[in-house]
Design a protein around this ligand. Structure first.
Ligand SMILES: *Cc1c(COP(=O)(O)O)cnc(C)c1O
Length: 359
């Protein structure tokens, strides 16, 4: 029996995509072999690689003057790749809105004295700082922010309006809502949250930043965006399986109405859950309302023992991986694109029952 898996990542994938992969697993498209057995330079795999890029371009309406790169090393590797490729003057601004945002900042600090222009650490990252009060450095090479803070359940409801290159980590909200790619210099995302199995990282970067870039002299060849761009992301052996799975997800999303359709359902799912929490006498969501994430809904009862009991009993009711991250405690429901609305409704009815039984 399939459970409702609320894990933050790796996370649930669409059942029809898993079934298609299963059906093609031993013999991909009449090749007589599995997609994981074929050369990454074979015609069928190169076709998958190209189609995945084309489909992502369609889904996110990515302009032609952006490269789409499929790399490895996770979003965490991009914490280093971004400064190594984009720093010129040695100045960059970082918005510290959570654990990953802070890690990105600390990694960049190895290469240059970059600036933390704001932080919401004073309230355990339960809000996004008011952007109007942030002093950005116009002469910095780029401004980095984490669009959706997976652990703390916050998200930027508007993007920073800066004069330099905007860089964002969209690991946990890529393809969940419509965004204007042309506002960004670089977008990166680990695939294992809202797209595909782990091991694939997507980088969408303005061609100009790569073609006219000046990476750090010690930037590893593998981390240079120009290496990957020139080789069409096939400089070395990529994670072929994850690229294949990503393409299946892209095809499904295109068939289902694309990102606008996903956004509508995601807003509906999040509203159901937040409305329930706001009306509950047991559960609270600690996040400032306008900054609430559509993808990661954090909540708790204010009592650690009761939270533990909740997670245990949830498991007995087909609701798994609902425990919050240790840094924020309580519970977290990750409700990515692949979580059906039925899963959210099932969670809410379990929460209702739990509240009645634990008054
Ligand atoms: C999960 C996550 C990361 C870390 O991703 P890896 O691919 O495991 O390196 C970074 N940033 C955000 C926003 C995340 O959600």
């Amino acid at each position: 029996m399939r459970v409702y898996n609320f894990a933050a990542g790796p996370s649930t994938l669409p059942l029809d995509v898993l079934q298609k992969a299963q059906q093609e697993f031993l013999d991909y498209n009449g090749t007589g072999m599995s997609v994981i057995e074929m050369s990454h330079r074979s015609k069928p795999f190169m076709e998958i690689n190209t189609r995945a890029q084309e489909n992502l371009r369609k889904l996110m309406d990515i302009p032609e003057d952006y490269y789409i790169l499929f790399v490895q090393g996770g979003a965490s590797q991009q914490f280093a790749a971004v400064p190594l490729n984009l720093l010129k003057t040695g100045k960059a601004d970082y918005l510290l809105t959570g654990n990953f945002a802070t890690k990105a900042y600390e990694e960049a600090l190895k290469y240059a004295p970059v600036t933390a222009v704001c932080s919401s650490k004073d309230k355990n990252f339960t809000y996004i700082p008011d952007l109007k009060t942030v002093k950005f450095n116009d002469d910095a090479d780029y401004t980095h922010f984490t669009y959706n803070n997976t652990i703390f359940g916050t998200r930027f409801s508007e993007i920073p309006n800066v004069k330099n290159t905007l860089v964002t980590d969209m690991s946990s909200n890529i393809l969940s809502e419509v965004i204007d790619v042309s506002k960004f210099g670089l977008i990166y995302a680990g695939a294992q949250k809202n797209i595909a199995p782990s091991g694939l990282t997507i980088v969408i970067v303005k061609k100009d930043l790569v073609d006219n870039g000046n990476p750090h002299p010690l930037c590893p060849t593998m981390l240079k965006y120009s290496t990957q761009a020139k080789a069409d992301s096939l400089y070395n052996t990529p994670n072929t399986f994850s690229i294949y799975m990503a393409n299946l997800v892209f095809e499904k999303l295109l068939k289902d109405g694309g990102v606008p359709a996903m956004q509508k359902i995601n807003e509906e799912k999040a509203k159901l859950l937040y409305d329930f929490i706001d009306n509950s006498k047991l559960f609270i969501n600690p996040v400032q309302k306008k900054d609430r994430s559509l993808m990661n809904v954090v909540f708790n009862t204010g009592n650690e023992d009761l939270d533990a009991k909740f997670c245990k009993e949830a498991g007995q009711n087909g609701i798994v991986s609902i425990k919050g991250h240790r840094l924020s405690g309580g519970m977290r429901a990750s409700i990515y694109n692949a979580m059906p609305i039925e899963g959210v409704k099932h969670l809410i009815s379990f929460m209702e029952k739990f509240e009645l039984e634990n008054k």
